[in-house]
Design a binder for this molecule. Structure first.
Ligand code: NI
Length: 136
């Protein structure tokens, strides 16, 4: 029997989607307003889910206090009120799409969570656009 537990978090960050080897015209054609050279912000909503057996001692899948602290330390402190392209090392050479941000968050948290637990990242870039990554 497996149970999924989830914690919500939030960060504001600026980004620009572009490929430096493309012309401005091609970047605008592919990335639209998200390619604005002067950057723009999103209110990202994050759901981090952990899936696993219930620990018979605690009755928890995972201690949510620990999950809260991991998200704060590795995601909120790293990304909140940052320009992702300019200030966050992982995006120096990686387009900060919602897809890529989800993979970066997954990779940051995966090593901090016990391996018998599965991890799932859902990231809302807007209230209607969101992506999910499960490490596959
Ligand atoms: Ni954008």
């Amino acid at each position: 029997m497996k149970v999924k537990v989830s914690r919500k978090a939030h960060f504001n960050a600026a980004h620009r989607l572009f490929k430096p080897e493309w012309t401005d015209e091609k970047n605008t054609a592919v990335f639209g307003k998200c390619s604005n050279p002067n950057f723009h912000g999103h209110n990202y909503e994050l759901i981090v889910s952990v899936i696993g057996e219930i620990d018979q001692q605690t009755g928890f899948v995972m201690d949510m206090k620990i999950l809260k602290e991991l998200i704060y330390e590795h995601v909120e402190r790293a990304f909140d009120h940052k320009n992702l392209n300019v200030e966050v090392q992982e995006f120096k050479n990686l387009n900060p799409t919602a897809e890529n941000i989800s993979v970066v968050i997954y990779n940051k948290l995966r090593s901090k969570i016990a391996l018998h637990l599965d991890l799932e990242i859902t990231l809302f870039e807007t209230s209607r656009n969101f992506v999910t990554y499960t490490g596959k």
